[in-house]
Design a protein around this ligand. Sequence first.
Ligand SMILES: O=P(O)(O)OC[C@H]1O[C@H](OP(=O)(O)OP(=O)(O)O)[C@H](O)[C@@H]1O
Ligand SMILES: Nc1ncnc2[nH]cnc12
Length: 204
Amino acid sequence: MNQEQDSGAPGTTKETTVTTWDVDAEPQGEELRQLVASRLRAIPDFPEPGVVFKDFTPLLRDPAASRAVVADVVRRRAGAVDVVVGIEARGFILGSVMAHALGVGFVPVRKAGKLPGETHRVSYSLEYGEAVIEMHQDALQPGDRVLVVDDVLATGGTAAACCQLVEACGATVAGVEVVLELAFLHGRDHLPGYDVVSLLVDEA
Ligand SMILES: O=P(O)(O)OC[C@H]1O[C@H](OP(=O)(O)OP(=O)(O)O)[C@H](O)[C@@H]1O
Ligand SMILES: Nc1ncnc2[nH]cnc12
């Protein structure tokens, strides 16, 4: 649905037009999956030998494809989340635009030592190493329905650690959204009971 609103102040002739976004008109289903798959590239042996890195910078470079990814999440989650939590660094890019499109706030989960306030912290392992992530203790309120956003679900260590941080604040994980799930790394096994949605699933 497209809608135009006149928000000019009474007694003035100035008009401002606000156009809402028709998310249903964006690519969906198989069309969306093919579009997104065509904007990801596989880079072998990065960041270390044996890892095939799935690079989503071509997706970001294409406004139509990025917009379609965000629209897909808006169709599924609009009205059902209060906050988006994005995981440093790639989760920041997707998570912040999704928060904006959903009309909710954004909370960053950062690698250790980057946040200035009092934090909760969790250590975890991922496909190519170990890490510690943190979130400000006062970033969420008890009862907040939180959408966790990242680009890739690999071993699931990062997303599971992020869900722990959300719950440490007394908030609820409403769902986890990723663009690409590397199913052969069984990340879902670390996220039992969570509503995990991946746009693309790589089985190989
Ligand atoms: O499911 P996992 O095995 O935990 O892996 C997934 C995580 O790995 C990548 O982030 P990375 O830690 O490489 O950081 P970056 O976004 O700063 O590149 C990716 O963006 C996810 O956050
Ligand atoms: N293979 C991979 N490609 C991109 N991001 C990742 N995060 C963890 N594993 C990854």
